[in-house]
Design a protein around this ligand. Structure first.
Ligand code: CMP
Length: 135
């Protein structure tokens, strides 16, 4: 199997809903292969560093609070065209606007509690996978 790699995170809201298995199953059925996986309760330092790109945004503090509110699952995935395909498959950031059938429409609540994160470029996928799993 050869393809692109990307990082998916199942966020604390979806973990609290017991939706980890359902989300991972949908990804596997869609052709994503789970390469590496771990469950963490992120520290503030980890959440701040992971989302550093959003540091100046007004929602940054609340985002870090949310991401440290409970356990999350980090998953390195492989698939052809993985980055773009996963972004389509999870839907828009705002769960209330995500297309029916997408992960965020199904499991998310709003623009912050949106069930999952996915890398937005190949460059960021490599960085985010290295952040959680090393090079
Ligand atoms: P994610 O794809 O993980 O990237 C940044 C996260 O910030 C986003 O999902 C949401 O959980 C959160 N967030 C909260 N408010 C906003 C906003 N107004 N715009 C974008 N992201 C937001």
């Amino acid at each position: 199997m050869s393809g692109e790699n990307t990082l998916l995170m199942v966020k604390p809201d979806a973990v609290a809903k017991n939706a980890i298995g359902d989300i991972l199953q949908r990804l596997e059925v869609e052709g994503f292969v789970i390469r590496q996986m771990r469950m963490n309760h992120l520290t503030r330092e980890q959440a701040e560093a992971f989302y550093e790109v959003h540091k100046e945004r007004p929602f940054y503090g609340e985002l870090v609070d949310f991401m440290t509110s409970g356990r999350s699952v980090q998953v390195a995935l492989e698939r052809e065209n993985a980055v773009a395909h996963l972004r389509d498959f999870i839907g828009e950031t705002d769960s209330t606007k995500a297309a029916p059938g997408t992960i965020r429409a199904e499991f998310g609540t709003d623009i912050q509690c949106n069930a999952v994160h996915a890398s937005d470029s190949n460059e960021n996928a490599a960085k985010e996978i290295a952040f959680y799993f090393g090079d």
